[in-house]
Design a protein around this ligand. Structure first.
Ligand code: CP
Ligand code: NVA
Length: 339
């Protein structure tokens, strides 16, 4: 992230495919070294540094991944929940960004409206990472890309490090020369069946730029793609790789990967009854996907937390599901963002 300009991560739309590739290579190296060599072999790039985790909404994965990653890199994660500090309640976001940013080395922020994380980025003197806004979820989609890459191109075993060379450096060098997520994912079709939301937005501005097709089926009334998101798609010139429809079977035909998310995102709890009605017929089941003509070896992703209404247990816990490697990869990809 410190290599991007400005050094914030609000959406992957702001990173080039080459920068995304670098993050995935780094994440794979962190995972390999931590699990197969030792956590002690990781480079301590956050030694003596503090990263503030400003979360105004609940989180399991993003919080655990962020806290453990900062610590693994030798830094201090400082969790600040919505009841801990004056985040936009008794003090403006601008003042919070200036003050917290003057005392820490980076801020990971989970907010409501996307404008909140933009304000933090505008006024913070240190890098801001978007840990989820109503518009985007960049660190989630890095984990999705990593899980798909690992599925389609299993990670090779790196050679032993040369004499005097650290294992992290040698693994990273090896992955930089052998790992190419764009090569392993190009041409794959990803079908989203569910709500048009922050997760589908992030996929929409990212996957087609890696050469993947992305089709989105959402029911009428829940199918609008935010104009800020669509602008990114047109700027990237990737409209031809995108299909927007109200028909799950149209989205699913020939799909390699099927993705969904909750129909009721955080903050939409009062719309639950209306949403359950509107999304009738959208639950992912093996029958639905097979009948629609997805590829025989289709796989399933979900960012979690999951409710049974959007995907049944057979798919969610079945052999096609990559959801738990996907969830674990939140850690390695977030570590790569912090590095
Ligand atoms: N996928 C995800 O962001 O999960 P959490 O809300 O638990 O962090
Ligand atoms: N769309 C969900 C994602 C949670 C990780 C939400 O915003 O609540």
């Amino acid at each position: 992230i410190r290599h991007s300009n400005p050094p914030h991560l609000l959406t992957l739309a702001d990173l080039s495919p080459a920068q995304i590739t670098t993050l995935i290579q780094n994440a794979l190296a962190f995972k390999y070294v931590y699990k197969n060599v030792s956590p002690r072999a990781l480079m301590s790039s956050l030694d003596k540094r503090t990263v503030a985790l400003l979360f105004s909404k609940r989180s399991t994965r993003t919080r655990v991944a962020s806290e453990t990653s900062v610590k693994a890199l030798g830094g201090h994660p400082m969790f600040l929940g919505k009841d801990d500090i004056q985040l936009g309640v008794n003090e403006t976001l601008e003042d919070t960004a200036r003050v917290v940013g003057s005392m820490v080395d980076g801020i990971m922020a989970r907010v409501g409206g996307h404008h909140e994380v933009e304000t933090l980025a505008k006024y913070s003197p240190v890098p801001i990472i978007n840990a989820l806004s109503d518009l985007y979820h960049p660190t989630q989609i890095l984990a999705d890309i990593m899980a798909l890459h690992e599925h389609y191109a299993p990670t090779p075993t790196p050679p032993r490090p040369a004499e005097g060379e650290g294992s992290h450096t040698s693994v990273l060098k090896y992955f930089q020369s052998t790992v190419d997520p764009i090569k392993s994912l190009k041409g794959k079709k990803v079908a989203w069946v569910g709500d048009s939301n922050n997760i589908s937005n992030e996929l929409l501005v990212t996957l087609p730029r890696l050469g993947m097709e992305f089709s989105l089926a959402a029911p009428k009334g829940y199918d609008t793609v935010d104009e800020r998101v669509w602008k990114k798609v047109t700027e990237a010139g990737t409209e031809s790789l995108v299909t927007l429809t109200n028909s799950p079977s149209e989205a699913l035909v020939n799909a390699d990967v099927v993705v969904t998310d909750t129909w009721i995102s955080m903050g939409q709890e009062q719309e639950k009854a209306d949403r359950l009605k509107a999304f009738a017929g959208y639950q992912i089941t093996n029958k639905m996907v097979t009948d629609a003509g997805a590829k025989e070896d289709w796989r399933f992703l979900h960012c979690l937390p999951r409710k049974q209404e959007e995907v049944d247990d057979e798919v969610f816990y079945g052999p096609r599901s990559l959801v738990f490697p996907e969830a674990e990869n939140r850690k390695w990809t977030i570590m790569a963002c912090f590095e």
